[in-house]
Write a protein that binds this ligand. Sequence first.
Ligand SMILES: Cc1cc2nc3c(=O)[nH]c(=O)nc-3n(C[C@H](O)[C@H](O)[C@H](O)COP(=O)(O)OP(=O)(O)OC[C@H]3O[C@@H](n4cnc5c(N)ncnc54)[C@H](O)[C@@H]3O)c2cc1C
Length: 370
Amino acid sequence: MPDTFPHLAPFSAEFDRITKITVCTRPFRAIGPRIEAEKVGDKLVVHNYGHGGAGWSLSWGSGQVALDLALAGRDPSQTDVAIIGCGALGITAAILAQRAGAKSVTIYAKDLPNATRSFNATGSYTPFSRIALRDSATAAFGDLWETMARATFAMHQTFLNLPEHPIEFTDRFYLSNPEPNVFEQQLIDQDPIGFVNYQSRIADLNGPVADFGPGTHPFPLPWVRQRSEMMFNITGLAQHLTEEFQRHDGRIVLREFHSPTEFASLPQPVILHCTGYAARKLFGDDSLIPVRGQIGWLPPQPEIQCGVYFDFLGVLSRRDGVVVQLNGKGEQSGWNDDTETPDPEEAAHTIRMLQNLYARMQLAIPVNLP
Ligand SMILES: Cc1cc2nc3c(=O)[nH]c(=O)nc-3n(C[C@H](O)[C@H](O)[C@H](O)COP(=O)(O)OP(=O)(O)OC[C@H]3O[C@@H](n4cnc5c(N)ncnc54)[C@H](O)[C@@H]3O)c2cc1C
C-alpha cells in the first residue's frame, strides 16, 4: 500500500464475524436538547436530555450549562446533587458536579453505563448530527450549541493518551462522486427533514482536509477527502469516566423511576435529569422523536486505525471493535422509528457493501500518487 495511505489494509469483513448487532434510538427534539430547570415538588430538577445524534459530542458542554442552572445561588460545598441516568449526559454531568465541589454526587439509574443507549454509539465527534430542525431552532440555540460543541471538544482532549485510550484522533476517508465540496452540499440540499446545518461553525476544529482526485488514491470512487477526526473508544471512555466518578466518592445506585413524583423520595434537593429518550415516557415529553440507528460490530482490528465512508456506509475501527453502520438515506434514516430490534439483513447488506468495496479496490488500476 502506498505510503500516503498507510492505514488502508482491508477490513476483515465476513458476516459470520459480526460479533453483535446493536440498535438504539437517538433522542431528537426539533428545538434542540432540553436544558432547563423546573420545580418538581420541593426539588429543583434540571433537565439535560434530547441530544439526538450528538450526545457524546455535546456532553461536557451541555452538562456545564445544566450544572450552572442547578447550582445557581447555592454553595456547591453544601449541596448534595442527584443525577438521574448514567449515559453520556449523566456520567459527564456527575463528574462536572464533583469537579465543581458539590458536597456529594449520587447517580440513580436503571442501567449501568455499559447497558445504556450511549454505550452503543458510533464513537465519532459529531455535535451537528440530528440536533435540531432549521424551522424550530432559535438563533440563540445555534450560539449555545457552538459553545457546547467547543467546550466538549476541549474537555475530551484532556482524555487523550490515557491507558484505556478513551479518546483518539484517527484518519477518516470520505469517498464520493462528485467531488467532495459538491457532494457535501448535495447532502445538505437533499435533506427532506430540514435538520440544522451547523458544521461550518466549527470547521476549524477538525483541522485541514486533503482532497484526492481520480487516479491519485487506491479507492474505487473518483474522489477521497481525508481528515483527522476525534474518536471515542466508548468502552474505554465509559470505564474511565465511571472509575473517575467512583474514585471521588461518587455513588451509583441502580433504581428505576416510574414517575417524577418518585423524585420526592430522594434525599438530594437538586436533581439533574439525564434519561435521554426515556424522558419521553418518564416526563411525557412527546417532543422527543426517536431516530433509529443500527450498528454491526466486527472484532477489533488494531492494525487498522481509520474510518471509511461511502454510499452512506460508515466503517470505523475502534479499539473495542469495528463499527459498520448504514445510514441508508442519509441523516433522515431511522426518523421517527422507535424499534430497537436488530435487523440481520441490514447487517448482512453492510458487510456485502464493504466486501464489494474491497473487491473493487483489488481490481483497481495501480495509481500514481503525487
Ligand atoms: C446508532 C447510533 C450512533 C450514535 N453515534 C453517536 C456518535 O458517534 N457520537 C455522538 O456524539 N452521539 C452518537 N449517538 C447519539 C448518542 O448515542 C445519544 O445522543 C446519547 O446516547 C444520549 O445519551 P443520554 O445520556 O441522554 O441517554 P442514554 O444513553 O439513553 O442514558 C439514559 C440513562 O438514563 C437511565 N434511565 C432511563 N430511564 C430511566 C428511568 N425511568 N429511571 C432511572 N433511570 C433511567 C438509563 O438507564 C441510562 O442510564 C448515536 C446514536 C445512535 C442511535
